[in-house]
Design a protein around this ligand. Sequence first.
Ligand code: OGA
Ligand code: ZN
Ligand code: ZN
Length: 413
Amino acid sequence: MWVPRSLGRSLSQLKSIGSGPFARQISAKIVNESSIEVQPEADGKPLVFPGIWLRDNCMCEDCFHGSSKSRKLDWDSFDTRIRPVSLRTDEQCQEVLVKWSDAHESRFALRWLKERSFEPDAQQKYLREFYRPTTRNWAGSEFQEIARHFSYEEVMAQDSVLMQWLQALAVYGVALLRGAPLDEGVVRRLADRVGFIRRTTYGEEFVVQAKPGAQNFAYLSLPLPLHTDLPYYEYKPSVNILHCVVQTDSPGGSNMLVDGFHVADLLRRDHPEDFERLSRVVIDWNDIGSEDGREFHNIWRAPVICLDAEGRCTRINHSVPQRDSHFNVPLEEVLPWYESYARFVRLAIADSHAFKTRPGDVLTFNNIRLLHGRTGYDDSKASPRYIVGAYLDWDIIYSRLRVLRKRLTASCQ
Ligand code: OGA
Ligand code: ZN
Ligand code: ZN
């Protein structure tokens, strides 16, 4: 039965008739003439949903395209003064039915509504678990504690292990796979297991080894100071995959890692002026050269510490070789910026953790959060080093993680 507003704006079906053993009692009422308050269970907390949002999200055939899960209602004529005029609850289907001031009717499943609750705690849970896992920033001294190891074979064969690897990567920004075969196809197979490889100027898979006439600073056996890859791209590859095929017997060739978000936290706490400057002053990053006969001239301008709308660290840019000699800032900014940057770099070096990968290890890490480097090594014929690299993008990783989570943990959304 529809309950018009004039007859009393609430309807509670406290006795469910013929509703089966598992149907719960739900009730709903119109509040402030514009919102709907749903009481999912007799003793549960009521959930309030703005009418305008419900009307915008009507899922009838006229308003919603089911197979693409896309809104198709005509927004050019959407009336923002829309009001619910009457409500009905269907215990059997666990649905709330709404009649609108434009004579349209909509139905909303209780489960769908609960998943879209406007309660701040529920929204935080969705954002911190389903949208993107909350990062756990770490100090270099905590590396052994946070570093997760997975078997390459298990990641390739078991969805639950794939999910654990990607989750660790999202939370800690680093994870190590072990026991990979020693062929050059590993990084592509791994990228394909997640989604697809991210191509850059340097190709899809790239080989890191000391090369005569190197076009990239990494392709030397010199120490490679801490850096993020491709700071000179607006759309940076987000995750590095470095597969160790051959490791040098010489004393060097270790990887260094540091959590750039942790270093930024330290700077914000102990040197707020440096933090402010590094997150404000826009730096030119560049890479000029040619690869496979194609010339490139990449430039992107961005601060060292990039913050999101809530002031949280969202990405880090740092590279000594790839910082442009063009420095488009006011003269008076130059020296203070260098001083702040030097402090950041010194903190990062002091906090970095070094370790040497072994053949069959695949080191994966967040390129827009961690800084990474490599100690120099002696590149003689007797002790070569051969690393195959590739990149993945966070969009692809997060999407895979959500799909896995929905399938493996019966989480909804
Ligand atoms: C790079 C790099 C690390 C390594 O190529 O950018 O960081 O282990 N390489 O050689
Ligand atoms: Zn509709
Ligand atoms: Zn690098």
